[in-house]
Design a protein around this ligand. Structure first.
Ligand code: IPD
Ligand code: CA
Ligand code: CA
Length: 260
């Protein structure tokens, strides 16, 4: 129970910082490429989250986007994205969130994602289902890829490979299938869990983008795999998360198949 309380407290603390600075001036700089941004607020949110986790669990491991790793002798690891959707945030677009997952012995046990602008708090604990603002979540029941509403994201550095992000996007769009691009992988996943999207795929994510969201999809009754359809590992880049019913069709599509 204390893990859950700490997770919620830390997620809320980061989100409070996001809200506080949303309309204020803050510094913005580039990381791996010109448009891979980090703001002063990412660092402040991360600091607030760290303070809470460290005060309750000083011996736990941490993997966090802006500060890297704290490696200790512990079964637990907190995986933190202090702002997922930083480009949205820096442009005043309120589709962004704090995302935190708690891993035990390499297995994701709990995850929380909070978008303070929409007031949507997503939470899942392995084996106990997923909720949004305390309401039980369930994935959609669409059975055909051709009738699905999908969401995806694109990496900051273009991935020039066969069946790359633009090729898959083009195939879907040529078939008239709606594919949204929200700019926050954690929110994309939560919205699959909530049944707003039937499926999400992205070629290149980091563990902190998906740690909480993939568990939320699984606990809402969905399916999450890597690009070849095997069990998802959040330390690998590709992710496909769906309502389960369109999963095989989407896996086949990202591997060069056609829309069925
Ligand atoms: C990004 C968002 C985006 C995804 C990128 C991520 P950030 O995270 O989740 O939706 O397409 O791959 O890097 O940089 O805003 O934390
Ligand atoms: Ca992210
Ligand atoms: Ca981030």
């Amino acid at each position: 129970m204390i893990h859950k309380h700490t997770l919620i407290e830390a997620t809320m603390a980061g989100a409070a910082i996001m809200k506080e600075y949303f309309e204020k001036q803050y510094t913005i700089s580039s990381k791996s490429s010109l448009n891979d941004l980090v703001t002063e607020v990412d660092h402040k949110s991360e600091e607030a989250i760290f303070n809470i986790i460290k005060s309750h669990f000083p011996s736990h491991n941490i993997l966090s986007e802006e500060s890297g790793q704290v490696i200790q002798d512990s079964h637990y690891k907190w995986i933190i994205d202090p702002i997922d959707g930083t480009i949205n945030y820096a442009n005043g677009i309120p589709i962004c969130c704090v995302s935190i997952g708690l891993e035990r012995n390499g297995i994701m046990e709990m995850g929380a994602v909070y978008n303070p602008f929409l007031g949507e708090f997503f939470f899942a604990q392995r084996g106990f289902g997923a909720t949004m603002n305390e309401k039980k979540l369930h994935v959609s029941d669409t059975t055909e890829l051709s009738r699905s509403c999908l969401v995806t994201g694109f990496p900051y550095t273009y991935l020039d490979a066969p069946n790359g992000p633009l090729q898959i996007f083009e195939k879907l769009v040529r078939k008239g299938i709606p594919v949204r691009r929200l700019g926050s992988a954690a929110i994309d996943l939560c919205w699959v869990a909530a049944g707003r999207f039937d499926g999400f795929y992205e070629h290149k994510l980091q563990a902190w983008d998906s740690a909480a969201g993939f568990l939320i999809v699984l606990e809402a009754g969905g399916k999450v795999t890597n690009f070849v359809g095997d069990e998802y590992d959040h330390y690998q880049p590709g992710i496909i998360a769906t309502n389960g019913k369109i999963h095989d069709s989407l896996v086949s599509l990202v591997n060069g198949g056609e829309v069925k």
